[in-house]
Design a protein around this ligand. Structure first.
Ligand SMILES: O=C(O)CCC(=O)C(=O)O
Ligand SMILES: [Fe+2]
Length: 378
């Protein structure tokens, strides 16, 4: 069974053409947001005054926002080009390949305000602690994770293990639960349109978001499929991975995809690969689509069963690769039956669904306020 992020790469990424004419200096905002984040924590985000009108400030502390709200028009609305791009041809290509690449999924201002908000929320102590403790729990020991009391302590503990290559990124789960702006983005009509069309369903729910910060000292993201870590009994699950820093094709740590692996029914039955969580080379079984150059605001989408991975960053990289990944599930999905559920509850993403899974019945509908419905396309 495919459980846990494990480890394999040339091919037909379903590339969409789109103009890059308005991409002037897109990285500047990201550099400012991330650099100021490193240097001065929350104070640095006085840069909020740079946000375009109509965007929301997040709370100062990491308070959980429980109120369900749909995005008003304007924040990541579905543009005419989104409707054009999600054509039947595109849907067919996604269905065949299990992934696609969408340049300029976000405009430069959208991407820059998103990056600033993420940099702010991720630097809040409660969010940073959660991410550090999650990595310690995964790669070191649960007791050690519980014993570190400050972010500084946790960072020092983690540093020892980063040398082993086992730490592949810092992962900040569900920041949308701590920021009105992120929540509006994650529930936006644009994401709703793409997710539902790529899956061929009428409506989707937001399952989780995760900010992935991969530093040059981190190891590879091993081959895995996301649905193996999620508590749903469905095939209709999709993730959008939004680049927020430039991701050069070589050494920039974009995702690689095993083409068609989401429909590889025989993998579980006839292949040793299904058991091998350290397998780095899947090229005997799949065409591997290597990453292409990505700019902030570009996206890749992958199906919940598509095997994907990422190499370590080029050692000479000076700053982390930052990506925000948001996952959606069909609105009528069910929770796994008990035995399968107990397996994913032991897996590494269980921290993401722990707040609500106990309130739902194994085998029952996945309906909960923390799995909000996205708007249906008008
Ligand atoms: O960014 C990475 O290295 C991993 C991301 C990932 O696995 C995902 O978005 O599903
Ligand atoms: Fe993944």
């Amino acid at each position: 069974m495919r459980r846990g992020r494990y480890a394999p790469g040339a091919a037909a990424s379903a590339q969409l053409s789109s103009s890059r004419a308005h991409r002037l200096q897109p990285t500047l905002w990201f550099k400012i947001a991330l650099l100021s984040n490193c240097l001065a924590g929350q104070l640095a985000f006085g840069a909020f005054s740079l946000l375009p009108r109509g965007t929301l400030r997040t709370r100062d502390r990491c308070g959980v926002i429980l109120r369900a709200e749909h995005s008003p028009e304007g924040l990541w609305s579905a543009r005419p080009e989104d409707r054009e791009m999600t054509s039947a041809e595109m849907q067919l290509r996604f269905e065949r390949n299990g992934f696609c690449h969408v340049p300029s999924f976000l405009t430069v201002p959208e991407a820059s305000s998103l990056a600033q908000e993420l940099a702010h929320v991720q630097s809040l102590e409660i969010c940073e602690m959660a991410a550090l403790q999650h990595e310690l729990r995964q790669h070191v020991a649960p007791a050690l994770a519980r014993s570190c009391r400050t972010t500084q302590d946790c960072k020092e503990m983690l540093q020892k293990y980063e040398k082993s290559g086992k730490v592949k990124f810092l992962q900040y789960f569900n920041l949308h639960r701590h920021s009105a702006l992120l929540r509006r983005a994650a529930l936006s009509p644009r994401l709703a349109l793409w997710a539902a069309r790529l899956l061929g369903v009428s409506q989707v729910r937001l399952y989780q978001d995760a900010l992935f910060m991969k530093y040059p000292r981190h190891g590879p993201t091993r081959w895995h499929s996301d649905l193996a870590l999620a508590p749903f009994d469905t095939n209709a699950f999709v993730t959008v991975w939004l680049a927020l820093t430039p991701v050069p094709a070589k050494g920039g740590a974009g995702l690689r995809f095993a083409q068609g692996s989401h429909r590889d029914y025989t993998l579980q039955y006839h292949s040793d690969l299904a058991e091998s969580y350290t397998q780095d080379d899947l090229s005997s079984r799949y065409l591997i689509a290597e990453g292409t150059d990505l700019e902030p605001g570009d996206a890749t989408w992958h199906h919940g069963w598509t095997l994907h991975a990422a190499s370590p960053l080029d050692r000479s990289a000076r700053s982390p690769r930052v990506a925000w990944a948001i996952s959606f599930v069909a609105s009528d999905a069910r929770i796994l039956p008990e035995e399968s559920l107990s397996i994913v509850q032991e897996a590494e993403d269980s921290v993401s669904f722990r707040p609500w899974i106990g309130k739902l019945r194994p085998g029952g509908r996945a309906e909960h306020a923390m799995l909000p419905l996205l708007p249906v396309e008008a």
